[in-house]
Structures are given as C-alpha cells and as structure tokens.
Design a protein. Sequence first.
Length: 150
Amino acid sequence: MNFTQFNEEYNRLYKEEASLYHRLARHFNLSDSAFWVLYTLEAAQRPLTQTELCSYLSLTKQTIHSALKQLEQDGDIRLFEPPGRRKYLELTPEGQALAARTVRPVLQLEELAFLVMAEKDRECLLALHRQRIELLLREAEHLLNIPQEE
C-alpha cells in the first residue's frame, strides 16, 4: 500500500466515524455540539468547566457556548460556582434523563465494540494511533517553525 492509498482509506474511515456520530446526534434530535457536550458530561460522571469541555472536545469556546446556552435553556444543564473562580457545568435531573435516552446508549455501543475486540487488538489500536499522532506532532513542529509569507 502506498501513501496515497493509505491516506484515502484512513480519511474515509475518519469521515465514516464522524458521519456515524452525526447520524446518532440527528437521530436524537440534537445538534452535534449538544450531543458531544452531553456525551462528555455523561462519560465524565462529574461536573466539568467550559474550558475542560473545550479541551476534551477540541471545539471552540463559541461552539461550546452555543450548545451550553441551548441545553441550559432546555433545563438540561446547570452552571454553578463553588468557592473559587471556576464555573462548573453539570447535568440536571432532566439532563440526566436526556443523557440516559441519548448518549448513554452510544457509550454502551462503544463499550460493546471495545469488549468484542481482543485485548491485544485494543492495545495495538491505541498504540498505533498514539504513535501516528506523536509522529505527526513531531513533523508538524518543523512545518510550524517555517515563517509564512503574507
């Protein structure tokens, strides 16, 4: 397999996975960003800050803010400020019910796929993905250090 073939197949698989999660979000009448906010809060099983959400999801604060605003208006999340400067988000009882109907079944699908894979295959998948990311990051540093003409 040459690089072009690899790249086409890798990108096809990436898009296929993204399309699956988009279809799941739409199936549950959620925007993609609302789906991922609910997913992340449900998976974390603890309150998170907006900064943590942005970091976990690799989405902009503006995108997260829009989803949070809608979820808050619908009564699915609440913002609270414990002593200190950070504001935390958590699912309300209504949000927990929504998560139970939507993202929890998706997490269960993911767990089932995980359990079907042999342990060595799970470890190999993560190791290879980690290796690819590390190589990309290393090579990207060279590219990012080249000044761009305007």
